[in-house]
Each structure stands twice: as structure tokens, then as C-alpha cells.
Design a protein around this ligand. Sequence first.
Ligand code: FAD
Ligand code: SF4
Length: 510
Amino acid sequence: MKTLRLVLGDQLNLQHSWFAETNDDVIYLMAEMRQETDYVKHHIQKVVGFFLAMRNFSDSLKGKGHQVVYLKINDASNPQNLENVIKQQISELQIEKFEYQFPDEFRLDKQLTEICESLDITSKAYSTEHFYTSRYELRDFFEGKKQLILESFYRMMRKKHDIMMVNGQPDGGKWNFDHSNRKKWTGSPPIPEELNFSKNVTALLDEIDEANIQTFGNIDADSFNWPTSEQECEELLDYFCNHLLIHFGDYQDAFHTDEKFLFHSRLSFAMNSKMISPKRVINKVLEHFYGNETDIHISQVEGFVRQILGWREYMRGIYWMKMPEYASLNELQNHNPLPDFFWTGDTKMNCLKQSIGQSLDEAYAHHIQRLMIIGNYALLTQTHPDEVDQWYLGVYIDAIEWVEITNTRGMSQFADGGIVATKPYVSSANYINKMGNYCKNCHYKPAEKTGESACPFNALYWNFLDEKKDYFQNNQRMSMMLNLLKKKNAEEMASYKERAQEVIAHPERF
Ligand code: FAD
Ligand code: SF4
């Protein structure tokens, strides 16, 4: 039966069982589409990264003897939306059966279900064979439970997949080494020289330009730095194991003006596009840790495994459990607009200037920059979660809705009312000053609470607690903060509130 198999841009899994054998009756379909470039305004590196990875993937399939129809963005015959792309090929190639892999985004899942219902040939959906968990495994695991606690999910995953377990107990005697992962980086240990793929992407940029796709952010056309093939993902993984894993956990929460990536793996794009699987990443890391005589402490490895086996699978499970309602939650009723400096990095607040500037330059910021600097500011200024989501979904090369929205709307903005996080991730300048050096060269002073040179985060923090105190009054994890709030005298609070209102109303002044 002549079969058309769709491969979406984030389904670049060369190890999928579909590709184990060639078959003359099977044609693979891949398409660069305006539908995907335009559903949100993306960072230019994100568009380049996905197109390049898709083209490499198509070449690899052809190299293995598979038949591939690949529609480029400027092909005259490209209908630019999924339904017409599929129907056009079914008709032209006289296809008798349509197959696809389950998409990870709700939007595409719905669209493909509807397309299949409208076809007059049979269709079938397959697993992407990428994740450890199935779509609804987390929902089933938490059935009947009040809270969806990451730690219990993570422990189940460790046991189920026999990862870092010894005789049924966690290796190292503990499930979690999080408390040893909180060091500030002040210049040592040295950060190894970055692995840079240095690809020239001028020709592709011309094509994107010709298509008039609206993007933002910066790109070095001579030196594109993201992996876009399975081979390059393997190189990045090797590099991480050999050079970065040794200090990964220790400096996971640190940030510094001289080092954008510190000891982070930068494997999120590789995994989210499925060029490399989480199993491959974890197995390689464990192989490196257990198989070699290395000096790596178990806390570094556990910290890394928890991010992928725990958080990544957990976020995906929450997404499928809670969508589509999740996408419009705004539990704290925040309605302010996102400041213009999110698109330029032009602000006197150095932590934001560095973190947003880096996001615009690299299409990347690490977790604490996303959570405790940019997200912290957005939440303290009570920004509408829709605006926050749109920005995060566009700016990061690894941003795909299932993992973006759960982190942004959930973990960072508390817009889900505490499904993902048990308390809001907010802080004053104190935390930012403790974990990095951004405050050192800032226009504002982290220790000053009031006055022109006082750090705006301080006033914003107390203003936020004051405005949301009724909402959080029964949250045990907020009781210490709310008790401190109660001790503030009226005059001090009035000056915080006045300054906070000015920051919110006139972010361009700061
Ligand atoms: P490392 O620090 O090296 O961590 C290793 C891997 O662990 C990552 O590649 C990632 O796959 C996984 N991981 C770590 N934390 C998380 C997490 N909270 N959720 C899911 N996976 C995690 N991650 C995305 O992949 N896409 C997003 O769009 C995204 N948006 C985010 C938005 C906000 C507001 C926040 C706070 C976090 C977001 N994250 C997102 C999670 C995390 O910040 C990134 O996965 C990480 O920074 C990617 O860089 P890395 O590969 O160097 O990660
Ligand atoms: Fe950010 Fe305040 Fe520190 Fe400046 S002083 S870097 S605004 S936390």
C-alpha cells in the first residue's frame, strides 16, 4: 500500500523504527511552512536551527535509501500549511495510507486529528519513540493524588528505569543532591573553551529573508553555533561528558557576566528536536560516570539526570494532563504588558540587560537566568502570562510549547496556581547578588531599598507580596515571607509601592 509518512520539524529521530528498513512503497514528507514560522515571532537562530536540522535529516534519510519529499520555504508549490501540504502530496503521489508520529504540541495534535478525519484514505499515528514516558503516564501515576510532586515522580522514574540504583536504593544513599548545587562561580574552576560548530548560514538567511519571515534576535552568519545533525549532537554530548559534567551540579544556579554557558550542556535543542534522545544522553552520562575512572562526584551526575529524567518528563506529563485549559490560566490575575526592553535588552538593570541581551544574541539563557532573573522580573511586575509565554516561546531555540509553557506559565509565573511550583519563584536583589556578579557593575545598588539608586527588584518584591498576600495567605511555604511583610512599617511600604508603581508604569526609565 502506497504510504505517506509525515515527519514534523521536531521529530528528527533517525533512530526511529520507521527508518530501520527502506520500502519503495513508503514516502516521507517534510515541509518548511509559514504555519510554523508564523504562529509566534521566533528568534532568527530558532528558524535557522530548525530548517538546517530538517534539511540535514532529509539528506540523511535519502542517504540511507529512503524516498523523501522535502518542501523548502520558498518552493513555488509549497502550500505553507499542514493540511494542504498533506493533501497535495496524497493526491499527486496517489497515496493510499497516511501515517504520522504523535506531535508533542496540542495545537498540532488537534490539527492532525482533524486532517485525518477529513481524509478519504486510512491513517495511523505512531509513538515518536523519544521520551521515557508515554503521554498520559504522569496523569495515571498521580491519579487520586492532591499534589503533583516532582520528587515522587522522579523517584518512580529512577526505580522504573533502574537509573542510579543499587539494590533498590538510590546510589550515593540519597535521591537528591540539590543542596550541594548552589555555588557562586567567581572565575574558577576555569570554563573549558566552548565547542563551537561555526557553520556559515548565509545562504539560508537569504532564503529566510526572501520569504519575508518576521524574526527577532541576532545571529552570526559565519558562525552558527547549534548542533543540527545527529553527529553534531553526539559531539556536544561527548563534550559535555568530558569537560562540563564534572562541575555541572555545583554551578547549576550560578551566573556571570563573562560566561554565558558556564557548565550547562546546551543539549535542549538537540533533544527537543529529537535529534538525540534523552535515553541516549542519560546512558552516555552514566557510562562516562560509572565506566571510566573519573573524578566526577555523584552529585554532579544526579543533578543532571534529575533535570532530564525528572523535570523534562514531568513537564511533558503536566502538559498533556492539563492542556488545553493550561494555556489560558492566569491565577494571579496579572495584566501588565511586557516592557519594550525585552526586545532590545536596553535597560539599566544589569541582570536583565545581561540575561535578555544574551537571550537575544544566543537564543539561549540557562535555567536560573530564565527563572530567577527574567521570569522573576516579569512576575514581580505582574505581567500578563500570555505576553510572557509569547516571548519565551519565540526567543529560545529550545522553545516548543510542551516544555515552554509548563516552565513559563507554570514554574515561573505561578499562573497555574501552583500545579508545577509550590510557591512563586520571586526574589529581591539579595538572591541575584548572592548567585552571580551582575550587581557589581549595575547602575543600581542591591543593598539599597529606597531612593533613586535602590535596586528596583527590592521595591517590586515587597509590592508583589503586599498585592498578592490575600491569595497566598494559606500557602505554608509563603508564611515566612508574609510574616516579614507584616513587620514592614507603613512609611517603608508606601515608598516601596510608589517606586514599584513607577517601574511598572515606566519600565523605560529603568
Ligand atoms: P542544562 O542545564 O544542561 O540541563 C540539561 C537538560 O535538562 C536540558 O537540556 C533540559 O532538557 C533539561 N531540563 C532542565 N531543566 C528543565 C526544566 N525545568 N524543564 C524541562 N527540562 C529541563 N526548556 C526547554 O527545553 N524549552 C523551553 O522552552 C524552556 N523554557 C523555559 C522557560 C522558563 C521560564 C524556565 C524557568 C525554564 C525553561 N526551560 C525550557 C527549562 C530550562 O531552562 C532549559 O531546558 C535549559 O536552560 C536548557 O539549557 P541546557 O540544555 O544547557 O540545560
Ligand atoms: Fe539586577 Fe538590582 Fe542587581 Fe542591578 S542591583 S543587577 S537591577 S538585582
